[in-house]
Structures are given as structure tokens and as C-alpha cells.
Design a protein around this ligand. Structure first.
Ligand code: 1GP
Length: 229
């Protein structure tokens, strides 16, 4: 029978956005399980490594979510590699990753690479448009989750609502289909209550934009996720 696993909390920091030293300290000492560095626009080697150096002053795991092969830097705990399952272009599912492997074949430590089966569910999101996604019906999302687990055997399936709070019932249905693949939820969380709601279904809850808009609410999501088991 399906059994909910405990949930992890992650903050996602955009290297293309400004964050004061005080705000960064609050995020990194909040009790979160880790920091993901990632974004869609304007991600460069310089802004990634600058943010990486700043985060690494703190005793916290830091992961790079790779969106541009020019901006891959050494020294991260793990590298998250999105594969966009609902893109209409093969490019975003396989080709950009293939090209990165061609270029960096000798330098890749495979044990540090963690592919994520992305399912982008907000048509207004930059990532939806950039990767030419198509909006799936609920049953399509469930099928993508099954593919991530059983066909591609991906470690993660990411329900990406970036900028919009998603459908908790669909997140629940997906979580009940996944056994080995972990479910990441991200998008539009602005309160502890919303974080707790998604944490009751997902294995990892990712908090992004609210960090830049309402730090107090952002920090409040940590406790909300931690108290869900
Ligand atoms: C974005 O899933 C993350 O990649 C978090 O989304 O920025 O809407 O919190 P928000």
C-alpha cells in the first residue's frame, strides 16, 4: 500500500536576481534541507559561481540545476539535469543533455548527476514557453509520472508550476503512482499553509519567488514542511 515518505524542503535561488547578504543568511540558516541554484533567463557562469561562493559560506548543501551548458561550474554537491517531458521539442528532453555529454564526457562524475523528469504545468511560466511545452491533461501528467518511474527510471519527477500554485489533488494522485521516483513539487508557494499542503504529498517542496518578495513567509515554509510526516 502507498505510504507517504517524509518531505524535504529546498529553496531555489535565481542567479540572475539580486539577494542581499542579510537575505541570503536568512535563507541559508533557515533549517532548509538545501539550496538549488537555477533559473531560466540570464544564467551565466559568472552569476552562478558568484552565488555559489556566497552560499558556500554557510554549512548547507548546494545543488546546481543546469539550464545552460555554458554555466556549469564545478564544486556543487549534485547536478540536477532537467528533461522536459511535456516539451514538444526533442531538444529539451534529450538533445541539450546529449550535447553537454559530448562536450564534457571526460569530466562528468555520473554519481553526482541527477536527472529530473520535468512536467511544466503553468502555461504562463517562462520555462513553459522557452521549452515549447504543451499543457497536459491530468491523465497525461499521471502517464508522464509513470514513464519517469517505469520507462526512464528517473530519480525525480518534478511538477513545475513555477509562479503559480498548483493543484494539490493532482499532486496527491501523482504521488500515489510513484514508488521509487521521488516527487518534487515547485510553484507559487507563498505561505506556510500552502507549503504544508504540498508537503503532505510531495517528497521535496521547492520554494522560489517568494524569497524575493516576502522573506518572512518564505522562512515560514521551512517549519511547515518539516512538521509533515
Ligand atoms: C521554480 O519550482 C520552482 O522552478 C519554485 O517556483 O518560484 O513559483 O516558488 P516558485
Amino acid at each position: 500500500m502507498y505510504k507517504k515518505r517524509s518531505c524535504h524542503h529546498m529553496f531555489k535561488l535565481d542567479p540572475n536576481k539580486d539577494l542581499s547578504e542579510d537575505a541570503l543568511r536568512k535563507v541559508c540558516t533557515s533549517g532548509t534541507d538545501g539550496i538549488i541554484i537555477g533559473g531560466t533567463d540570464g544564467v551565466t557562469f559568472e552569476n552562478v559561481t558568484d552565488l555559489q561562493d556566497r552560499v558556500q559560506q554557510y554549512d548547507i548543501a548546494v545543488y546546481l540545476e543546469v539550464s545552460d551548458i555554458e554555466a556549469i561550474a564545478p564544486g556543487f554537491q549534485k547536478y540536477l539535469i532537467p528533461m522536459v517531458l511535456n516539451s514538444q521539442d526533442k531538444k529539451w528532453m534529450i538533445d541539450v543533455q546529449h550535447q553537454a555529454i559530448v562536450e564534457y564526457a571526460d569530466a562528468i562524475a555520473w554519481e553526482d548527476m541527477m536527472p529530473e523528469g520535468y512536467c511544466v504545468l503553468n502555461p504562463e511560466a517562462k520555462v513553459f514557453q522557452r521549452t515549447n511545452c504543451t499543457m497536459p491533461q491530468d491523465r497525461d501528467v499521471l502517464a508522464y509520472a509513470e514513464m519517469a518511474e517505469h520507462m526512464f527510471r528517473l530519480p525525480f519527477f518534478y511538477m513545475e508550476y513555477s509562479g503559480m500554485y498548483g493543484d494539490p489533488d493532482l499532486v496527491r494522485q501523482v504521488s500515489e503512482r510513484l514508488e521509487k521516483t521521488s516527487l518534487i513539487y515547485g510553484g507559487g508557494i507563498r505561505s506556510a499553509e500552502q507549503a504544508g499542503e504540498m508537503a503532505s504529498h510531495a517528497d521535496i517542496v521547492v520554494i522560489g519567488n517568494v524569497i524575493y518578495e516576502d522573506m518572512e513567509s518564505a522562512i515560514g515554509t521551512v517549519e511547515a514542511v518539516k512538521t509533515i510526516h
